[in-house]
Design a binder for this molecule. Structure first.
Ligand SMILES: [Zn+2]
Length: 231
């Protein structure tokens, strides 16, 4: 699954999705690219048969402007664009790929208030916030990536067993967050094996069961709303 972030790189994602059966893409605007948001462009891409989700979209308060007025305006705009994408996902009946950084409470509130449950989605790069665990009941899955294998991943390691098994997913966030022992190199989907191994160790479930579980969870989430027959 290649998530969208801005519209400039989407043609590359589409090309890959058209070339390889097992590759799909999502259309969406990342919180860093909110000025680019345009629903008519979303409409254009979402009708592609291999576009099966909306995102990344969400809230990111990690890199806000220093000026107080600009900061308030930026947060306001981030929320507006996030809400628009939730409404859009509900309109086109596709699940959401959610990006949350330093904004757990606002993100949770918006997802609940705007009834994102109707389409569900994945909290990508789940940041181990206990406040977000309740979203499992709102049809949200938890994307676990390379961070789980890092030596300083204490929070995520502790919270992992609290995530309902049927809501666990594995992701790359490639080219970032490469799992140990390849940390620092460019990330690649192949390296998800290190995440599943670590998950297997922590949850005391065999590695092949973890792979089956997370693959089936992904199929359930993305197929349920996409009219695709790819199982
Ligand atoms: Zn992200």
């Amino acid at each position: 699954m290649i998530p969208g972030a801005d519209f400039n790189d989407l043609p590359k994602a589409i090309k890959l999705a058209e070339q390889y059966d097992e590759v799909y893409f999502a259309v969406g605007i990342h919180p860093y690219d909110i000025d680019m948001y345009d629903e008519s462009i979303m409409e254009k891409y979402v009708n592609h048969p291999k576009c099966i989700a909306i995102g990344e979209c969400g809230l990111d308060y990690f890199r806000l402007p220093e000026d107080e007025d600009e900061k308030i305006a930026n947060i306001k705009k981030q929320k507006e664009v996030f809400i628009s994408q939730i409404k859009f996902a509900k309109k086109v009946k596709k699940p959401l790929i959610i990006h949350i950084r330093d904004a757990s409470n606002d993100s949770k509130q918006i997802l609940i208030d705007y009834d994102a449950k109707e389409v569900g989605g994945v909290l990508h790069c789940f940041n181990a916030s206990p406040h977000l665990l309740c979203l499992a009941e709102h049809n949200f899955y938890f994307g676990i990536g390379g961070v789980l294998t890092f030596k300083n991943a204490k929070k995520l390691v502790e919270i992992l067993p609290k995530i309902p098994k049927e809501k666990l997913l594995i992701e790359t966030d490639a080219p970032y967050l490469t799992p140990h022992p390849h940390r620092g190199e460019r990330n690649d989907p192949y390296y998800t094996v290190f995440v599943s191994q670590k998950m297997s160790e922590l949850l005391n479930i065999s590695d092949s069961e973890i792979q089956d579980l997370t693959t089936n969870n992904a199929k359930k989430l993305f197929k349920e709303f996409s009219n695709l027959s790819w199982i």
